[in-house]
Design a protein around this ligand. Sequence first.
Ligand code: PBG
Length: 310
Amino acid sequence: MRRLVAETTLQPRQLVLPMFVADGLDEPREISSMPGVYQHSMDSLRKAAVEAVAAGVGGLMLFGVPRAEDKDADGSQASDPDGILNRGLRALVQEVGGSTVVMADTCLDEFTSHGHCGVLNDAGAVDNDATLRRYVDMAVAQAETGADLLGTSGMMDGQVGAIRAGLDAAGYTDTGILAYAAKYASAFYGPFREAVASSLEGDRRSYQQDPANRREAIRELELDLAEGADIVMVKPAMSYLDILREVADRSTVPVAAYQISGEYAMITAAAQNGWIDRRGAILESLMGIRRAGADMVLTYWATEASHWLS
Ligand code: PBG
């Protein structure tokens, strides 16, 4: 009877696995604040991708971790075809392209020496419009790898429109944009900073949203839709389920939510202490995010949860 009347579904195709590929690794390296999540070598990335696709996940979202000495103020490696992220994307397209949706993180923060999502002006502040030019170069390099969908996570104003125009001009009219529409400046990104060996000092409050604001998320949604977003995302997920519901009610394109590193770490730590039932808590958290309106969920448990669900 419960199954007959359930209002919300949770299926592997609705889950997207975020992955990290690091330059210069022979073996995968576990991220200490995210037990069970790895910085991958090129080999282990391919293996984990094949496993995820066999489990039925809807997509893979790849982040690159360059060597520290390859970072610079402009994040040059981000648009270098031989940069770690673009090499990783090519490996994924070769290994599982056509069997799942290959997504690329289109943001400079992993590649900049200062760790910000954009380039800086003389005063040391993020220069929005100069950053857009870097994003376009990065997006075209990523589209060249064969990636299906570009995840614009940098929260610069006008990024979706600039990238759409840049892709179209370069002939990549079929490469889609997953717009991080409402991305909040969150303490729950903590473990991700370790995952990508971030160089950031300070915070991202000048370009990410204030957790106090709800209307601002709708404004960001409407701008991204007008600029050509194919999918819009709310991030983080669990502390922003009200925002997710409101975005889902208004969006004219599919909606994603990102269950981020801190959410993963909290459930993992509590489960390791025997304080909560791990599997129950993971599935309940994913169901809650779906119920709030997410058509798809980015989660570090995508492969494991897909095994449970199928
Ligand atoms: C930065 C970026 C972040 C995440 C994805 N892209 C961190 C930040 O904005 O500081 C966080 C993902 C996670 O915490 O799992 N472009």
